[in-house]
Design a binder for this molecule. Structure first.
Ligand SMILES: NC(=O)c1ccc[n+]([C@@H]2O[C@H](COP(=O)([O-])OP(=O)(O)OC[C@H]3O[C@@H](n4cnc5c(N)ncnc54)[C@H](OP(=O)(O)O)[C@@H]3O)[C@@H](O)[C@H]2O)c1
Length: 267
């Protein structure tokens, strides 16, 4: 299967490297279309497939076309490739907020998969939610899921509106985690630790908590109950968080992200 990645930026290159690293495709089957001549010249030196500057040079050769440009560049991209689109080609879009119906109408294409990855995809630890138009066959869907799996874990959602939910949870989620980590880092510094000591305390605590959680069958709630002894230090912290309604505030934040994703998608 010939894969064409349109947009040789952060995500486009994340996919190219992940696919090649996992040997799910070969350099011979990989094409990259990048509009910036400087970037294209640089990519050509990286030995990750054939790099093109014009859609007409590569579009018709591709079975799967990955749309990895910024959403604001979508309209001009669509206009530049529409005349080359074949009904059998499968499109995988990772453009935030650009709906399947928009892509289908703009390209005259029917087989469209829409995915929402997140930043840790860069190191194979990503979380991607994806959905598809009815015309995508089971085999095509599995093929694309296998490709996405090279960047981390994936979940298929029936309803396209769930992509907005995934944007709010896993898409924006790494920043929520860093926000909490940063607050803990500040608390550690207030207690007299140096920056690097604080950073180590926080980083290892998060890493350890995740690894321990992964190693057992307990839920988050159960773990919280297990470590909160009556009258203890952990309980003192959690009581303060609860008194300040922190849980609801975190939910409110994620909900604000959902509303923003819906708003951007409707434009
Ligand atoms: N980064 C993430 O974690 C993440 C997560 C979820 C979804 N996404 C989505 O992934 C997409 C790509 O994000 P990114 O961070 O990889 O962006 P990026 O680094 O800016 O890469 C996009 C690349 O596409 C090129 N490009 C734009 N229009 C083109 C065209 N018509 N033909 C060929 N190349 C074109 C751009 O060239 P120029 O430099 O000339 O503009 C740029 O090199 C976005 O739609 C974003 O919503 C990203």
């Amino acid at each position: 299967m010939k894969i064409l990645i349109i947009g040789g930026g952060n995500m486009g290159m994340t996919y190219a490297h992940s696919f090649l690293r996992s040997h799910i495709t070969s350099k011979q089957d990989m094409m990259i279309l990048e509009r910036s001549p400087e970037k294209a010249a640089e990519l050509a030196t990286k030995d990750i497939g054939t790099v093109y500057g014009q859609p007409d040079e590569c579009m018709t050769r591709a079975d799967l076309i990955i749309l990895a440009v910024k959403p604001q560049d979508a309209a001009s991209l669509f206009a530049s490739i529409r005349h080359t689109v074949d009904a059998q080609q499968v499109f995988l879009s990772i453009m935030a907020g650009v709906q399947i119906a928009t892509i289908s109408e703009a390209l005259g294409a029917k087989k469209i998969i829409r995915a929402m990855p997140n930043l840790p995809a860069q190191i194979g630890m990503g979380m991607t939610a994806f959905t598809s138009s009815e015309e995508v066959t089971r085999i095509e869907l599995v093929t694309v899921q296998n490709l996405l799996n090279t960047t981390g874990k994936t979940v298929y959602v029936e309803n396209e509106s769930a992509i907005d939910g995934a944007t709010a949870i896993s898409g924006s989620g790494p920043a929520y985690v860093w926000f909490f980590m940063n607050a803990m880092l500040k608390a550690a510094q207030n207690m007299g630790f140096t920056y690097s000591e604080s950073e180590l305390l926080v980083r290892q605590t998060f890493q350890g908590a995740i690894e321990l959680y992964n190693a057992t069958d307990y839920s988050f709630e159960e773990w919280i109950q297990k470590v909160c002894s009556k009258g203890g230090t952990t309980e003192a912290a959690l009581n303060t968080y609860r008194k300040n309604d922190l849980e609801q505030r975190i939910i409110n934040g994620a909900t604000a992200a959902l509303h923003r994703a819906q708003e951007l998608g409707s434009k």
